[in-house]
Design a protein around this ligand. Structure first.
Ligand SMILES: [Zn+2]
Length: 406
């Protein structure tokens, strides 16, 4: 990679047409001067033009040699790239190219990736060019606006401003609740913790007011957590002392001599996690995964490529072929659980593997069973038909179960 970087530096510093721009400006000045001269004294036109021809020729020669530098730079950079990636191109085999006929899907994945990474202008260029070429990319029209909103909220979060995120969570409270998400509560809890800590020296009014106006929303699901946060006011002075270091606990064996002190620790970690949680829930409501599928696929693919290539060589040498569809003869370990997906689901009720016609369905409580088992458990077949989860056993309706795509 060093050779490529060196060539790239040379290309950007030397072969960047900056000299050519100055020389072209010189050409323009010569033309302008000649024009003014002829306008002032039309009789001198022949002489002025003859002189212009001479000076212009030498100026244009300079521009030509500037171009040469650029071509040489590009050429060398191209060669460095070819040299480095020669071995990689050997991996390409048209026989194993499963995406050769899937250009629209590939373009869509690239456009979606660019949008979710916040590269809106590049994405819109891609969409425009694809439409211009007669192959429009099917991306939901509101997606750019959705991701712009996400990035503006994440920006506020990174500046430790929770208000836009809380406002958004309130507006989508019903949908978040339906997903079984704790996002709204976690945002409010962090806001309360921040207010509580900020107010340790000034006074508890703002934190108290926030708790009064917000915590009633969480009475059902987070009553205990809210109660603990509220009761922490009782030990405010003690917690403040520990936080500011004025009253360090003498008993190191017991690091939390004041009840509820633990609730106010690891605040930095909470800030880090809240951004990830927000992105994940926001994308979830858009029907998208928390991470870019293109990024995951390319990363997992790069890790797996050497093994796949070895496999291809062995099967070719032996003249055999692996025919099992969608399955590999070897296991390829991937570095983190982020890359682990379970493509098979066995219904815990019927003990049968789910299929396209009988897909796994998730209940609002988070338990997953096969669609046929769900239909059997429901009393009736309308969306309002009630059923009890066979595991927890929370009540829900048939319509509140969602299909799980694996
Ligand atoms: Zn359940």
């Amino acid at each position: 990679m060093d050779a490529i970087e060196a060539e790239l530096t040379r290309l950007t510093s030397k072969s960047n047409l900056s000299k050519a721009l100055t020389n072209i400006d010189g050409c323009l000045e010569l033309l302008q001067a000649a024009r003014n001269q002829i306008a002032e004294d039309p009789d001198s036109a022949a002489k002025t033009l003859a002189m212009l021809q001479q000076t212009m020729n030498s100026q244009l020669e300079k521009v030509g040699s500037d171009h040469k530098d650029v071509y040489t730079g590009l050429n060398k950079f191209g060669k460095a790239l070819d040299k480095k990636f020669k071995s990689a191109s050997a991996y390409h085999s048209p026989r194993h190219d499963n995406i050769a006929n899937k250009q629209p899907e590939l373009h869509r994945a690239v456009a979606m990736h660019l949008m979710r990474e916040g590269h809106f202008s590049v994405a819109s260029h891609l969409l425009d060019e694809a439409t211009g070429a007669g192959h429009p990319i099917a991306v939901p029209p509101s997606l750019e606006e959705d991701f712009r909103t996400l990035y503006s909220i994440l920006d506020s979060l990174s500046g430790h401003d929770l208000n836009p995120a809380i406002e958004w969570a309130h507006s989508r409270a019903h949908d978040l609740e339906h997903r079984g998400s704790n996002l709204e509560f976690e945002l409010c809890r962090l806001k309360f913790i921040t207010l509580f800590l900020d107010a340790l020296e000034t006074g508890p009014e703002e934190a108290m007011q926030f708790a009064r106006t917000e915590f009633h929303r969480f009475q059902q699901r987070h009553f205990r957590d809210c109660l603990q946060l509220f009761l922490a006011f009782t030990y405010r002075a003690g917690i403040a002392g520990m936080m500011t270091g004025k009253n360090q606990p003498k008993d190191v064996v017991n690091p939390a001599p004041y009840p509820y002190y633990n609730l106010f620790q690891n605040v930095e970690e909470r800030w880090e996690n809240i951004g990830k949680m927000f992105t994940s829930e926001y994308c979830g409501l858009l029907g998208l995964s928390a991470e870019s599928p293109l990024f995951l696929a390319v990363t997992a693919g790069s890790v797996a490529l050497p093994v796949l290539e070895k496999l291809r060589r062995i099967t070719e040498d032996k003249g055999t072929e692996w025919t099992s569809h969608g399955e590999l003869p070897v296991e390829i370990p991937l570095p983190s659980p982020r890359y682990h997906f379970h493509s098979i689901f066995v219904c815990p009720v019927s003990k049968g593997q789910t299929t396209e016609d009988n897909p796994p369905m998730i209940l609002p409580c988070g338990h997953v069973i096969a669609k046929e088992s769900l239909d059997q458990l429901a009393k009736g077949n309308s969306a309002n038909a009630h059923l009890k989860c066979p595991y927890c056993p929370k009540e829900c309706t048939l319509g509140s179960a969602m299909q799980v795509i694996i």
